[in-house]
Design a binder for this molecule. Structure first.
Ligand code: NMX
Ligand code: MLT
Length: 433
């Protein structure tokens, strides 16, 4: 695998640098931390090192320095007017280099190969769950069940030099990413299509295959799936799914355990589950107003009512971003290109005209603008994937690309177990008395 050799070449000097920084500059003070930051979710506290992507509050995400519009320009595509292949962003996050067409083809083929051989007990475990168990329960259970395949644990037991930990981690990550679309599609077909499963087509790309196995096979939907898988893949290291994966991985838990931890975090309504909740909010709005086509005034009144009841408006706000999420914008661009008249997209636009004002009027919401989840479900629904509970699973399949690349780099850097200090309330009171 030439990617492994590439990783060794790139990573050794970087790992040496990390060791040097710890040894020579370990005492350097890099930041002041306030009481408020610690007590409100550590926002802005630099406590993690992540190389795959970086989030700017005003501009949004950059993957290894490249913004989403730049990725659309530079990453290999299947069709000139299509979307970049997610294989390309994975390669970029992993190696730091823009891949060639051949690199992307290599990853696609690797994943198609590694997708084969999911053990039967994984399906048995899924089948043991009730069909109406939320797809994220089924997805996370399947990920854990697949950890019987972990090369990391086997190699660890045999005995392995610490500096080689990254190698079985890489192997596990590649297998896991390869298999996630099959698991996601299996759950989707089990829950929503009477268990009529569709075989993978190894000639297709990773995201195209996911659309195919879900039974939504138009070229346009494959394009949407490629875009979806690209933009949800990473959001630097501090978001809940990345942070949880990293934390659990720091105990040298294998990639399956680590990723399952991240996915349990993604299942929360303030994180990845918001994409399903947006559809819930939007459809309840239509039902309560009694119209398929609510006006801006009606949306405003409904949004104000949501706030009055002490609830959040899903799809809006962000812990870091302070502008409209570029991942929202690129999906809107896709919709405007292919389905400008779709009713759900019109509704998304109308909500966008109204909700930021409602949130700003509360005087407390730091970011009144839409995030990635404000449109993703409406776009999928417009293409016929209208089974909302699968949305967070799709987010999870994509998020694997980023958080698992981060995990490989954690092992390449040789990062130790993570163990911050905690204090009780009295300690915090004592700081001000
Ligand atoms: N609707 C209503 N209230 C909100 C919203 C919103 N969309 N966003 C923030 N607030 C409230 C928040 O609950 C808090 O209230 P209180 O002081 O009463 O506890 C106050 O505004 C200040 O919160 P912020 O500092 O602006 O936001 P924070 O960083 O704590 O949280 C989110 C960030 C994303 C959790 C929050 O904006 C939110 O709950 N949004 C809705 C859920 C959502 O869309 N999540 C998806 C995020 C993206 N993703 O996919 O992960
Ligand atoms: C994400 O994609 O992880 C979300 O936008 C949440 C975050 O970055 O905190």
């Amino acid at each position: 695998d030439y990617i492994k050799q590439k990783l060794i070449d790139v990573a050794i000097p970087k790992a040496n640098k990390v060791r040097e920084l710890v040894k020579e500059h370990g005492d350097k003070v890099i930041q002041e931390v306030t009481m408020g930051q610690v007590l409100t979710g550590m926002k802005g506290v630099v406590g993690l090192m992540t190389c795959t992507s970086k989030l700017d509050p005003e501009e949004g995400i950059r993957f290894r320095g490249y913004s989403i519009p730049e990725l659309k320009e530079k990453l290999p595509k299947m069709h000139d007017d299509g979307e970049p292949l997610p294989e390309g962003v994975f390669y970029l996050m992993l190696t730091g280099e823009i891949p060639s067409d051949d690199d992307v083809k290599y990853i696609s083929e690797q994943w198609a190969l590694r997708a084969q051989g999911i053990p039967t007990h994984v399906y048995d475990v899924i089948e043991a769950l009730p069909k109406d168990a939320h797809p994220m329960i089924q997805f996370n259970t399947a990920i854990l069940a697949m950890s019987t395949e972990s090369q990391f644990r086997k190699a660890y037991l045999v005995g392995m030099d610490k500096k080689d930990y990254w190698d079985p981690t890489y192997e596990g990550v590649m297998d896991l990413i390869a298999r996630l679309p099959i698991i996601a599609a299996y759950i989707y077909r089990r829950v929503f299509h009477q268990g009529r499963h569709i075989q993978a087509d190894p000639s297709l790309d990773w995201a195209g295959n996911l659309a195919h196995m879900m039974g939504h096979d138009s070229e346009e939907l494959r394009r949407l799936m490629r875009l979806y898988m690209l933009i949800h893949s990473d959001h630097e290291g501090g978001n809940v799914s990345a942070h949880a994966t990293h934390l659990v991985g720091s105990a040298l838990s294998n990639p399956y355990y680590s990723f399952a931890a991240g996915m349990n975090g993604l299942a929360g309504p303030l994180h990845g589950m918001a994409n399903q909740d947006v559809m819930h909010w939007l459809n309840k709005l239509k039902r309560e107003i009694g119209s398929e086509d609510p006006s801006e005034e009606q949306i405003k009144a409904y949004a104000e009512d949501t706030i009055r009841k002490g609830r959040v408006i899903p799809g809006y706000g962000h812990a870091v971003l302070r502008k409209t999420d570029p991942r929202f914008q690129v999906q809107l661009d896709f919709a405007n290109k292919y389905i400008p008249d779709a009713p759900y997209i019109k509704l998304v636009n109308r909500i966008y005209n109204v909700v930021p004002g409602v949130l700003t009027a509360t005087g407390k919401v730091k970011n009144p603008w839409p995030n990635v989840d404000a449109i993703s479900g409406s776009l999928l629904t417009s293409y016929g994937i209208a089974e909302y509970p699968i949305y967070t699973v799709l987010f999870g399949v994509s998020r694997a690309l980023g958080v698992l690349t981060q995990l490989i780099w954690d092992r390449l850097y040789g990062l130790p177990i993570e163990r911050p200090k905690s204090q009780n309330l009295q300690w915090f009171i004592d700081q001000v008395d």
